[in-house]
Design a binder for this molecule. Structure first.
Ligand SMILES: [Ca+2]
Length: 278
């Protein structure tokens, strides 16, 4: 009987924080850049970014004061309700530098006074404040991967690049889309996702980085300074790791070493120590 009484509470919790966030409203087009935006239900930065990628974009990349003011005024008080807003800025590792998930250059910021403070040493995700006493609406704060602050939920704002750019993904880029496996391990799936004209690498920790194909035919993720050599059904990354299209236990197949799996002996090579974007 006790279990039955607890069930509704448990279900409410599960329904409130899905693995992915859901959409409150959108798409709403920003007339200044013709990009589409969505407001998501309250969730963590990580779950919100995952939903953004499902929608074909990322959490919003705030490029200038105009976009800042449009996003803040459109979504922070949407529907007469206060929402703090996750945006697409994060640290790849605790205490590291701030980057946009797309790898876009950080040319604009709007930190609140005293922020970012990395309070507790683990604030690696950025949100905008809504209008609330003691807070300057629209200013940014670094925070842990949580779902609320000041008792007010945090909702992701998704930005999906418009189709005004005529460039589309090449057939080589399209062939890379879909699921990959870190070191060929079934439990460590990764993804390569694409918008209409941009390619994103999403690693086993669910961090996304904008990727381009270099003139020599390799992948390059600028925000991570990481190159990937495409060898048949594998990507050999310049940090010595590799992805495979298929989930296979390569280590078992190859014994303790992996050198007899084609190309893997080159994965940890030093030929990409100085990545240069064209
Ligand atoms: Ca902070």
């Amino acid at each position: 009987m006790k279990t039955c009484i607890l069930c509704p509470t448990l279900l409410t919790v599960l329904a409130t924080f899905h693995l992915n966030a859901a959409i409150i409203t959108g798409p709403i087009t920003n007339p200044a850049n013709s990009h589409d935006y969505y407001l998501l239900t309250p969730n963590t930065w990580t779950a919100s970014e995952a939903e953004a990628e499902q929608l074909g974009g990322t959490l919003a990349i705030i490029s200038d004061v105009g976009e800042q003011e449009w996003v803040s005024s459109t979504f922070a008080g949407y529907g007469g309700t206060n929402h703090n807003l996750w945006i697409g800025m994060h640290r790849i590792r605790p205490g590291g530098t701030w980057v946009w998930v797309t790898g876009a250059p950080v040319n604009y910021s709007n930190w609140e006074r005293g922020q970012p403070d990395n309070n507790g040493g683990n604030e690696s995700f950025v949100h905008m404040f809504c209008r609330l006493e003691n807070r300057i609406p629209g200013t940014w704060n670094d925070l842990t991967d949580t779902t609320s602050i000041d008792g007010v939920p945090i909702c992701g704002v998704v930005e999906v690049p418009g189709k005004s750019n005529e460039k589309t993904l090449s057939s080589k880029e399209k062939a890379l889309l879909g699921k990959w496996y870190y070191a060929g391990k079934a439990e460590n799936s990764c993804r390569i996702a694409g918008t209409e004209n941009e390619l994103y690498i999403i690693n086993e920790s669910n961090f996304a980085g904008r990727a381009v194909i270099t003139p020599e035919g390799n992948l390059f993720v600028a925000s991570w300074r990481l190159r990937g050599e495409i060898v048949k059904d594998k990507i050999l990354w310049s940090n010595g790791t590799w992805w495979s299209r298929a989930a296979n236990d390569y280590e078992s197949a190859a014994g303790k070493g992996t050198a007899d799996v084609e190309g893997l002996d080159r994965a940890a090579g030093k030929h990409y120590d100085t990545p240069v974007l064209q």
